[in-house]
Each structure stands twice: as structure tokens, then as C-alpha cells.
Design a protein around this ligand. Structure first.
Ligand code: ATP
Ligand code: MG
Length: 226
């Protein structure tokens, strides 16, 4: 009698700055998990995103480009995902020194999950920059990529196909998901000006932002007072 081999575990990897995590991220992860029958989705908050800057990059005065402390972003991600048994959060990127590159994220996860099939989930905007700046041949050896639609950005397969010549079959998937015109940038701007973020981010994240007074503008002329 033939024995069924155990199915290879399929794990989604949802990387992001998550400053803050919002319902657009959660819907993307949930939709991809359903479409590809994933066993789990691991959310991976970035350490220092290479496209964005933290307060340590003191030479840049533009506060809108600064990123909140990793522990706050990590905790918001834990709060947002806690109720879903398929979702978990990894510290691999926030515990690694230096800028975060997707290839390092995938290499580190691969070490702890050598037998799993990884699906890196990314929105239309981030997909293009990840694949144009990094060694996509190595990226595709480590994981499948799933690009999801995002309002305001084009999910353009033919453009990517010309850019990624010789792409192995079945490694890049593009997927329409329910359109949520939510961005962390807009959530931060709302919190900074006292407008609501209710229903854009999970309730616990609304409360965490208020409790930690995240995204409040620093008061002018009162150094040291926050
Ligand atoms: P910011 O405005 O600070 O860049 P963001 O809303 O783009 O924040 P990120 O943490 O940069 O959030 O994004 C993490 C991942 O989630 C990226 O792959 C991004 O494309 C994707 N993503 C973010 N928002 C949405 C959304 N509303 N719909 C689909 N994908 C999204
Ligand atoms: Mg972004």
C-alpha cells in the first residue's frame, strides 16, 4: 500500500516596516494564505529598512521618513496578529544588526525552516523595488513570491516579466485582493493630527498608539519634552 508522503509545509512571509501594521497588511496575508493553502504566515517587522531611515540617521531632518523604535513596531504586529492561529511574528530582522534586506530575512527563516516552502508576500509597490534592487535570482531560490494588488499601484506582470528574464516557472504569482486604500504613512499622519485610525488598524493597535503616544509631533521650542 502506498504511503502518502507528508505534505511540505507552506509558510507565508509578510515583511514590512509595520509602522503601524494596518488592515491592508492583514487582508493581504489572509488572502494569500487562503489562495495558496498556507499553514502559517510569519510577519517579519524590519530592523532598519534600507529604503527608510531611523532617528540614528541624524543627517536627515525629515521626520516623515523616520521609523518608530523596532520594539513598538514588533509589539503592534504581535497585538494585530494574536487572534489569528495561523499568524505569528518573527524577530529575525529586528534582532539583526544593520539594514534589512529581504534576502537576509529569507536566509534566516530558511535556516529555521529548512523543509518548508516559503511564500514571500508583498504589495505591488514593494514588489517592484525588491526585485529591482536585490539579487532576484537568489531571492527566487529561497522563496516563491506573491505580489498582491494595492490601490494606487499597478501590478504589472508584463513589465516584471521583461525585467526578470529566465525566471523559473511558477515562482512569481500576482494576485488581486480586496482593495484597501490604507497606508502606514496615512495612519501616522492621522495620529499626528488627532484624526481617527479606528477600523484602519486593529483595535488593539489604536490603543497601543495612544498609550505610547506614537506619531505625535514633537513640540517646537521645547527640547527634551515629548
Ligand atoms: P509606509 O506608508 O510607511 O510605506 P505601508 O502601508 O506601505 O507603509 P509597509 O510596512 O511599507 O506598509 O508594507 C509592508 C508590505 O505590505 C509591503 O509589501 C506593502 O506593499 C504591503 N502593503 C501595505 N499596505 C497595503 C495595502 N493597503 N494593500 C496591499 N498591500 C499592502
Ligand atoms: Mg510601504
Amino acid at each position: 500500500m502506498a504511503h502518502d508522503r507528508p505534505r511540505v509545509r507552506r509558510i507565508g512571509v509578510m515583511g514590512g516596516t509595520f509602522d503601524p501594521i494596518h488592515n491592508g497588511h492583514l487582508v493581504a496575508a489572509s488572502e494569500v494564505a487562503n489562495r495558496f493553502s498556507l499553514d502559517e504566515v510569519i510577519f517579519v517587522p524590519t530592523g532598519r529598512p534600507w529604503q527608510k531611515l531611523t532617528e540614528d540617521d541624524g543627517e536627515v531632518p525629515d521626520r516623515t521618513k523616520q521609523v518608530s523604535p523596532p520594539e513598538d513596531r514588533y509589539l503592534m504586529t504581535v497585538i494585530a496578529t494574536a487572534s489569528n492561529p495561523q499568524f505569528s511574528v518573527s524577530r529575525v530582522d529586528i534582532d539583526r544588526e544593520g539594514f534589512t534586506y529581504t534576502v537576509d530575512t529569507l536566509r534566516d527563516l530558511r535556516k529555521t525552516l529548512p523543509d518548508a516552502q516559503l511564500y514571500f508576500i508583498t504589495g505591488a509597490d514593494a514588489l517592484e523595488s525588491i526585485l529591482s534592487w536585490q539579487d532576484w535570482e537568489e531571492l527566487f531560490e529561497l522563496a516563491n513570491f506573491v505580489g498582491v494588488s494595492r490601490p494606487g499601484y499597478e501590478l504589472n506582470a508584463s513589465h516584471l516579466a521583461t525585467h526578470l528574464r529566465n525566471l523559473p516557472a511558477d515562482t512569481l504569482h500576482l494576485m488581486e485582493i480586496p482593495a484597501l486604500a490604507i497606508s502606514s504613512t496615512d495612519c501616522r499622519a492621522r495620529a499626528a493630527t488627532g484624526r481617527p485610525v479606528w477600523y484602519l488598524v486593529p483595535d488593539g493597535v489604536v490603543q497601543y498608539i495612544a498609550k505610547r503616544r506614537l506619531y505625535r509631533r514633537p513640540r517646537v521650542n521645547s527640547p527634551g519634552v515629548s
